[in-house]
Design a protein around this ligand. Structure first.
Ligand SMILES: Cc1cc2nc3c(=O)[nH]c(=O)nc-3n(C[C@H](O)[C@H](O)[C@H](O)COP(=O)(O)OP(=O)(O)OC[C@H]3O[C@@H](n4cnc5c(N)ncnc54)[C@H](O)[C@@H]3O)c2cc1C
Length: 398
């Protein structure tokens, strides 16, 4: 097959969200001729990178995740050097709640063990210390907590803009929006990728389609076992303009339809400065596919969040404002891990098809782009991805 050189690339990246742009940036830096295809517009609000803030944290129950968060830091520093905007507002991570609870984030005691094992400094807290130092109130006596000072509120909009602009400046990287990939065919070692704007070829593919992962991998004859969360989010107005919180997560057992796990942010200059974002880390009705999503937040999830704010936070009016949704694909196991792998062996040229899907990955954005780049170009990553090579578990042939 011969293609005009402007239609042939070393690597085609399918998906132009945070991780696709990060991959485009690292591929371009390595002088790989790269095309990033986005079905909507870049910086859209229809995938997993919707909204403007995310949490960066080091506490995880697994040592390999703590290590990954530590390994991500130099890549954040590198990205930071490209923009005058502060990408990570380092207010620290506060984890607290019922020490017996195992949530989607893990478990407080297990995280303490993992932090200790990797010599990451943190402070253990009692319920009364959490109330005195961090403005929460009426916490059960049995609650415990940990504070880890390197946690941050990510300015995710600035992160994505910085990556987008870096890709635009890079002579090796081409960004193309309004380009849904509707067909992927193989001709020998070449991938032929069809979009409404034309057909493009490449030797390598990186698939980073976010919640639309199944639509993309179906084009190559496999599917993923996943669940989809249309997550609600909202903001609460400060009644005390001086009130400040770290990034936080509360671990509690579900009560009926109330998943009872919430997380929150500090007030930040770049995101509704008079308000503070608090959100539920559960959905009442998981979706079987992204097509079932609406852009309307679940009112009951917002009501549970509002009630938590009223009962346990100070300095905030518990009326939710600026409500929104964000769609994410998650694996069906309890702690919702990341899947970073090659396509399964029954797909021709599978070793040249890199896939990232599922899990909460904003905190790894600059690092994950580097990992996917190494996998695409070198066939392996210098970072140990073995805990994330979960395709054998979640990919199924169609
Ligand atoms: C409410 C919420 C809170 C979160 N909080 C945190 C947090 O605090 N910390 C954290 O680390 N992570 C968090 N996350 C997760 C994090 O935001 C995501 O892991 C990250 O944004 C994923 O980026 P992505 O590029 O993989 O996916 P997306 O941003 O969804 O990008 C994928 C892109 O691919 C495009 N695409 C899909 N299919 C095709 C196709 N066939 N052709 C062309 N383009 C296609 C889509 O249109 C989309 O733009 C949160 C997620 C949500 C929803």
């Amino acid at each position: 097959m011969s293609q005009p050189s402007d239609r042939h690339f070393d690597v085609i990246v399918v998906g132009g969200g945070a991780i696709g742009l990060s991959t485009g940036y690292h591929l371009g830096k390595g002088k790989a001729k790269t095309l990033v295809l986005e079905q909507f517009t870049f910086k859209n609000q229809l995938g997993s990178s919707a909204g403007v803030s995310r949490q960066y944290r080091i506490p995880y129950p697994e040592e390999y995740m703590v290590q990954m968060a530590l390994d991500a830091q130099p890549y954040w520093d590198e990205l930071q050097s490209l923009t005058p905007k502060t990408l990570l507002d380092k207010v620290g991570t506060l984890w607290f709640g019922d020490p017996a609870v195992h949530s989607t984030e893990g478990n407080i005691a297990e995280a303490e063990q993992a932090l200790k094992a990797l010599n990451v400094p943190y402070t253990s807290l009692t319920a009364r210390e959490i109330e005195a130092q961090y403005h929460f109130r009426d916490l059960p006596d049995t609650y415990t907590g940990l504070f880890q000072a390197d946690g941050a509120s990510i300015d995710f909009r600035a992160t994505i803009e910085t990556l987008y602009e870096a890709c635009e400046r890079d002579p090796y990287t081409t960004l193309q929006d309004e380009s849904p990939v509707t067909r992927i065919e193989q001709d020998g070692s070449l991938f032929q990728v069809t979009t409404p704007k034309g057909v493009f070829t490449s030797e390598k593919l990186v698939l980073v389609p976010g919640p639309y992962v199944d639509n993309a991998i179906n084009l190559l004859g496999f599917t993923i076992e996943a669940t989809y969360w249309n997550m609600s989010s909202c903001y609460f107005k400060k009644t005390d303009p001086t009130i400040q919180y770290p990034t936080w997560f509360v671990f509690q057992n579900a009560i009926g339809s109330n998943g009872n796990q919430f997380y929150g942010f500090p007030g930040v200059a770049w995101d509704h400065p008079e308000y503070i974002r608090v959100a539920p880390d559960f959905v009442i009705d998981p979706l079987a596919s992204p097509e079932q999503r609406t852009l309307v937040p679940n009112p009951q999830e917002l009501a549970y969040t509002s009630e938590w704010v009223r009962r346990h936070m100070t300095g905030l009016d518990p009326t939710p404002h600026f409500t929104s949704t964000c769609l994410i694909a998650l694996s069906k196991i309890a702690n919702k891990e990341l899947l970073i792998d090659f396509a399964p062996p029954y797909v021709p040229n599978h070793q040249n098809i890199v896939v990232y899907a599922t899990g909460w990955a904003a905190k790894f954005t600059p690092f994950l782009g580097k990992i996917l780049t190494e996998m695409a170009i070198d066939g392996h990553s210098t970072f140990d991805i073995s805990p994330f090579k979960l395709g054998y578990n979640y990919f199924k042939a169609l």
